[in-house]
Design a protein. Sequence first.
Length: 156
Amino acid sequence: MRRLAAAVLAPVCLVLAGCGAASLPAPTATLPSGTRVGPQVFLGDSAATATAVRAFADALGANGPTLTAAQAKASAPLLDKSFQQTQLGLNRLSTEQVSDSRLDAQREAIIGPLGVVVVEMSAIDAAAHAGNVPTLIAHLVPLRTAIGALQQAGAG
C-alpha cells in the first residue's frame, strides 16, 4: 500500500502543484460556473487538490502492506476528508476559467482525468466505510491508472 501511495502521489503532485501555490489557503467553497480567476487562484486550487489526493493516498498507505476490514473502517474518516476536498477541487477547477490562456488550457486538460480520480476515490471511500477490503483493493489499480492519465493530461 505504501508503494501505491508513492506511485499515486508523485504524478498528481507534478500535474497539479504550481510554483508558489502551496502557500495559498485551501478553498472551502464552490464557484459559480464560468467564474474568471487569476493564475494564483487556479494554482491554489490545483495545489489544494493535489494535497487532498496525497492525504487520501497517505491514509490508504498508513495501514501497511496488509489491510483488514477493521483497518479499512478506521481509515474511512481520514479518507472522507481528503475525498471531499478533492471533490471540491474538481468542482472549482471545472467551473472556473483562468485569465491566463495557457493555464486555462491545462485546467481543461486535467478535468476529465481528475473526474476519474474522484470516481475511484469515491469507490474506495465507500468500500472503506463498509469494511469491504476486496472492493477497496480492486479500485487501487484503477486509481493509479487514473492518476497516470491525470499526469499525462497535465504534461501537455
